[in-house]
Design a protein around this ligand. Structure first.
Ligand SMILES: [Zn+2]
Length: 288
């Protein structure tokens, strides 16, 4: 090997070593970079993952709570907005101070002045309206109902189906709005029957226009039976107070909707479902 050759070899080895070293350094740096990136990614995943999970759990709890509040009703406690229907019986021991309005009829004393004002305003415009039904005693309703149930039992019905049948003819005690002393059946002087033709009378037309001015609403409007649980009754008016009567009339809604109560049809379906489940439970326990 000549000196020249030796020099070239040395230079070659040197540069090779440099290349290898550089490669190693670069490789390490790259590997480190990749590792760091992976670590960062993992870290990001670690942070993001629980976050997403938490968010999902939060959402479903919120949904559940929303569903729960939807099921629970928070009805107002104001005396004038109290709801009594087939799924909302009158509170036990409900006390009311009554005032006579003539012909043996009575009304909640707090609605008396507005009622008098309404009758007189109609009279001034040549419209004569009469009350045919007002406050009804709970005992009286219970008597009526029990007698009806009894008569079905006598006909051979089981007690349960007799109860069901009777409930369709006579309001189940405690579920008639007349117990409150805030409901009145009103007819016009020229037609005193409680049927749909009542809506063609002068009295009904006047009441449709003006009853809200005195705190009264048409309680069972046409086409709202699903909500109220009662057929169209163009004679049954309910005192709800001046403010509520105005708002309900303007919005064209029912009392159920105004106070945020479930439609009666929905409540009845739920009750039926509950009864079914209770029966099944009873049967199951019998065979256990
Ligand atoms: Zn009525």
């Amino acid at each position: 090997m000549t000196r020249r050759q030796k020099k070239r070899l040395l230079a070659l080895t040197g540069s090779l070593a440099i290349v290898i070293c550089a490669g190693m350094v670069l490789g390490t740096v790259y590997a480190q970079a990749v590792e760091q990136e992976q670590q960062e990614e993992a870290a990001v995943q670690k942070i993001v993952l629980p976050d997403v999970l938490e968010e999902e759990t939060l959402e479903s709890t919120e949904e559940l709570e929303a569903e729960r509040t939807e099921e629970e009703e928070h009805l107002p406690e104001d005396w004038n907005l109290i709801l009594v229907n087939r799924t909302h019986p009158i509170p036990e021991n409900y006390q009311v101070e009554l005032k006579n309005i003539g012909s043996g009829h009575q009304i909640d004393a707090r609605a008396y002045d507005d009622f008098r004002a309404m009758i007189q305003a109609a009279k001034r415009e040549g419209v004569y309206i009469y009350v045919t039904s007002s406050y009804r005693d709970l005992d009286k309703q219970t008597d009526l109902y029990n007698k009806k149930v009894e008569s079905y039992v006598m006909q051979g019905y089981s007690y349960e189906s007799a109860r069901k049948q009777a409930g369709q003819v006579v309001a189940v005690p405690g579920t008639s709005e007349h117990h409150l002393g805030l409901a009145l059946d009103i007819v016009s002087s020229e037609y005193r029957k409680l049927d749909e033709k009542q809506e063609e009378t002068k009295g009904f037309k006047w009441l449709t226009e003006h009853s809200w001015e005195y705190g009264f609403i048409l309680r069972y409007p046409n086409g709202e039976t699903d909500i109220t649980g009662i057929i169209y009754e163009p004679w049954h008016f309910r005192y709800v107070g001046l403010e509520a009567a105005k708002e309900i009339t303007e919005a064209g809604i029912t009392l159920e909707e105004y106070v945020g109560a479930k439609p009666v049809s929905e409540g009845l379906a739920e009750l039926e479902e509950q009864e079914k489940q209770e029966k099944q439970e009873k049967l199951k326990s019998l065979y256990r």
